[in-house]
Ligand binder design. Structure first.
Ligand code: DIR
Ligand code: MN
Ligand code: MN
Ligand code: MN
Length: 304
């Protein structure tokens, strides 16, 4: 694997400030040496640049639409170009709205190379709001909907075609906070959701077997990791913590099973908020999980 780290220091899509410091928190937690230790070829491309967070009110159902759009454009271009160079992009957020940029680029790449796309959306939230149903106007609550074609023109057209992805490519894992209108829309769209109740009842192993079913040699697997996926008892450094998330071992198992597929093609590490963290422990945990995603903790098991 050849890996490119791309920092996207924006919190314009979030409801609180601080995730703009996420890329540096990951560097301080040793993301680059951790990957180098696994024998990976790593380049840190530094941070993208874009507009500051103006801290305006939401208007027309969106907060900071222009700023988020500008950031998503640069994220799209950086991820697309990285894939073209046959490197694996790791987007270091930044709030989760930036995944509209990365995933629209990944989808474009998959169209050009005839690859099937599967997106694992690891998150406490469904991120499936629209301007009509959002309680906040915050665009980090909307990226899955936008990528499926439900959102403002400037965002749904980011990756060249509309929609960037069909809803069928997504597997939402770890969900435990969904807004009322959002819940209805998730059901209506028939999104594949493995919520915490599902994980409680079936275990993380069966959950991941199902979420990864059908992943084969022609599949590009994209993981969009929202740090609030993890239980806030061990990952407090996020803007919107929700109790009752995966434990340390459940999260590790999730990463290990993804590693076993050998199909990981791109990754987002989003929503880390150092302003809420305790001694950078959440960024350190994210780096620890990242190592498992590259096969650190167990002997490799072949499932393909
Ligand atoms: C909430 C929060 N559902 C919203 N979403 C978050 O504002 O749309 N997503 N935090 O990660
Ligand atoms: Mn999210
Ligand atoms: Mn979330
Ligand atoms: Mn969030």
């Amino acid at each position: 694997h050849k890996i490119s780290l791309i920092g996207a220091p924006s919190d314009a899509g979030a409801g609180s400030r601080g995730s703009s410091m996420g890329p540096e928190a990951l560097r301080v937690a040793g993301i680059e040496p951790a990957l180098l230790n696994h024998g990976l070829d790593v380049e840190d491309r530094g941070n993208l640049s874009g507009p500051h967070n103006p801290w305006d009110e939401s208007s027309g159902g969106y907060r900071h639409l222009d700023e988020v759009t500008a950031w998503c454009r640069v994220a799209h271009d950086a991820v697309y170009e990285t894939l073209k160079r046959r490197r694996m992009p790791i987007l270091m957020g930044g709030d989760h709205s930036l995944s509209m940029g990365s995933i629209s680029a990944v989808a474009r790449h998959c169209r050009e190379y005839g690859k099937k796309l599967r997106v694992l959306w690891l998150d406490a939230h469904a991120d499936f709001n629209t301007c009509d149903i959002t309680p906040s106007g915050n665009l980090h609550g909307m990226p899955v909907a936008v990528l499926c074609g439900f959102g403002p023109a400037e965002l749904i057209e980011l990756g060249g075609v509309m929609p960037a992805t069909p809803p069928s490519v997504y597997r939402l894992i770890g969900v435990r906070s969904v807004d009322p209108g959002e819940k209805h829309f998730v059901h209506k769209t028939d999104l594949d959701v493995f919520d915490m109740r599902y994980i409680d009842e079936n275990g993380m192993h069966a959950t991941m077997e199902r979420a990864l079913a059908g992943v084969d040699a022609d599949t590009h697997l994209h993981v969009s990791f929202d740090a609030d996926f993890i239980d806030p008892l061990i990952a407090p450094g996020v803007g919107t913590p929700v109790p009752g998330g995966p434990t340390y071992r459940e999260a590790q198992l999730c990463m290990e099973m993804i590693a076993d597929t050998g199909r990981l093609g791109s990754l987002d590490i989003m929503e880390l908020n150092p302003a809420q963290d305790v001694r950078n422990q959440s960024a350190a945990l994210a780096v620890d999980l990242l190592e498992s995603l590259f096969g650190k903790s167990t002997l490799m098991r072949k499932r393909l």
